[in-house]
Design a protein. Structure first.
Length: 112
């Protein structure tokens, strides 16, 4: 498959002669940092591992990945981001809260 067709995932073939592929129209706008209400949870995942979960992010995947990278650097830990949630390995709720507040997000600890 050529590089130009890799961008068109999900479209295989169209019999419509007037069909025009549109790229990126489904991208969601990310609200300003102060309009985001993020909650920080402590979860246990498989193997009884503890992770810090940041939930409630609204916006596109690129902005979520940028925020994940900033939180990983603030905590000195690994993590992942998917479906509006960021998982940071380990119990870093205080560091994550401080980093989010420094970035201007509206964040608070949730759960027990």
């Amino acid at each position: 498959m050529s590089n130009k067709n890799k961008k068109r995932q999900g479209v295989v073939y169209s019999t419509n002669p007037d069909f025009e592929y549109s790229e990126g129209e489904n991208e969601e706008e990310t609200p300003a940092n102060g309009q985001q209400n993020l909650k920080i949870w402590l979860d246990r995942k498989g193997g009884n591992k503890v992770v810090t979960r940041v939930a409630g992010f609204q916006g596109n995947a690129f902005d979520l990945a940028v925020l994940k990278k900033k939180l990983q650097q603030a905590c000195g830990s690994g993590g992942s981001a998917k479906d509006g949630e960021i998982l940071i390995q380990g119990d870093h709720r205080d560091k994550v809260l401080a980093a989010l507040l420094a970035e201007g997000y509206s964040a608070k600890k949730a759960g027990g």
